[in-house]
Design a protein around this ligand. Structure first.
Ligand SMILES: [Fe+2]
Length: 392
């Protein structure tokens, strides 16, 4: 590991705070902002709000609005081309994790040239990166709290984790009003992604005291408020809590990395088009069960459950882990995902095809229990069949 990462220099939170974006960015000494976003954000009117706020503070603004979901090196190349030789003084990622990650990727290439693959790993920045401002419009990835960009290879869509302390956003603007118009499915997927981050970071081999604190805090917040935002999408208080929970879970990743559920999620997305958060959520149950046979992982899951009042303080580890599993099952039902990926087009017979790619993922190495390619076959069978390991 390189230097200990630190949270964004400045985090601001509040419904409607995006309307103060201009003043907040101006405080960083920014005069020309290049905004990286996607067509959905433009259509939703979020871009117009951000642009108005920036122009009101006399900040010159240009934009790249063609970021795709699960962005690849091609998205970053297109963004760099759109930026051209314009003398931007910061890059603003406005959108889900994709736009923020492409803004980070653009910063790497703008400063040091080459292609995204050159920056795979940690501490690979060349020269001085433009400051990043993150304005998330979902409560999910937590990339606004991280020095890493997750960018797919264009050919294979395999994720490359490209990190450097300079890529950590200088400013994160958390405005829950940007999330209230999301379709329920998007809320469920992003919410389960964040929940998956909280649960996985709690037990990884890389975890430390800092990540443990933020994993626990994030889990407690997310597990309470995810059902609320699914029940009432207009509940801005609950939306705000989800945004904070997702941010803390994202910060836990910075210190702890992720685990086997994220290794499973990537091939589910690349091979079957399952949305990341849903793939994480539905992979999480078999992974928790698998890891819980390790006494230390079981103890950590139990602490997570007790910390969120899912189990009594005097409960045994086995009782508390059972309560955690039961709550995850319940939430998967509330989200409309259920327990079986077969119901979403991934039959148990796909396990053999998915497992090799899962075993190659960079997150697999941090899972508390080692998982072989054969082990992933079993985990996929369980996720696809809803827990009993057989075809439904
Ligand atoms: Fe994730």
């Amino acid at each position: 590991m390189g230097p200990v990462p630190h949270p964004p220099h400045h985090i601001v939170f509040g419904p409607g705070i995006v309307d103060r974006l201009g003043g907040l960015v101006a405080e960083l000494g920014v005069e020309r902002a290049f905004v990286v976003t996607d067509p959905g954000i433009v259509a939703a009117g979020h871009w117009a709000r951000a642009e108005e706020a920036l122009r009101a503070a006399d900040i010159e603004v240009r934009r790249f609005d063609a970021v795709r979901e699960n962005p690849t090196s091609l998205d970053v190349d297109r963004c760099v081309e759109a930026l051209g030789s314009w003398d931007a003084s910061c890059l603003i990622g406005l959108g889900g994790g994709s736009s923020i990650d492409v803004a980070k990727g653009c910063a790497f290439l703008q400063a040091g040239g080459g292609s995204m693959a050159d920056y795979r790993g940690n501490g690979k920045a060349r020269g001085n990166l433009l400051p990043i401002v993150a304005v998330p419009t979902t409560a999910g990835t937590g990339t606004e709290m991280q020095s890493f960009a997750l960018i797919g290879e264009e050919e294979t869509h395999r994720k490359m984790a490209c990190g450097d302390a300079q890529a950590l956003p200088a400013l994160a603007v958390l405005d829950p009003s940007l999330t209230v118009t999301q379709p329920r499915f998007v809320t469920a997927c992003t919410g389960f992604d964040a929940l998956g981050h909280a649960v996985e970071t709690a037990v990884t081999r890389e975890r430390n005291a800092t990540s443990a604190h933020f994993s626990s805090l994030a889990f407690k917040i997310l597990v309470e408020h995810l059902p609320r935002v699914l029940d009432d999408p207009g509940d801005v208080d609950a939306r705000g809590q989800m945004m904070i929970g997702a941010a803390w879970a994202g910060y836990a990743i910075e210190h702890s990395m992720l685990g086997a559920a994220h290794s499973m999620a990537n091939p589910l997305t690349s091979q079957f088009g399952v949305v990341h958060g849903q793939a994480v959520g539905m992979s999480l149950l078999p992974v928790v069960r698998y890891n819980a046979s390790d006494p230390e992982a079981s103890r950590l899951y139990a602490e997570l459950a007790r910390g969120a009042a899912l189990a009594a303080s005097e409960s045994t580890d086995a009782e508390a882990v059972a309560a955690l599993v039961a709550r995850l099952e319940e939430l998967l039902g509330v989200a409309g995902f259920g327990l079986s990926l077969a119901a979403h087009g991934v039959p148990p017979s796909a396990a053999e095809v998915l497992a090799p790619e899962a075993a190659e993922q960079w997150t697999a190495q941090f899972n508390p229990r080692a998982v072989s390619a054969e082990g992933f076959v079993e985990l996929f069978r369980e996720a696809c069949s809803g827990g009993d390991g057989v075809d439904p």
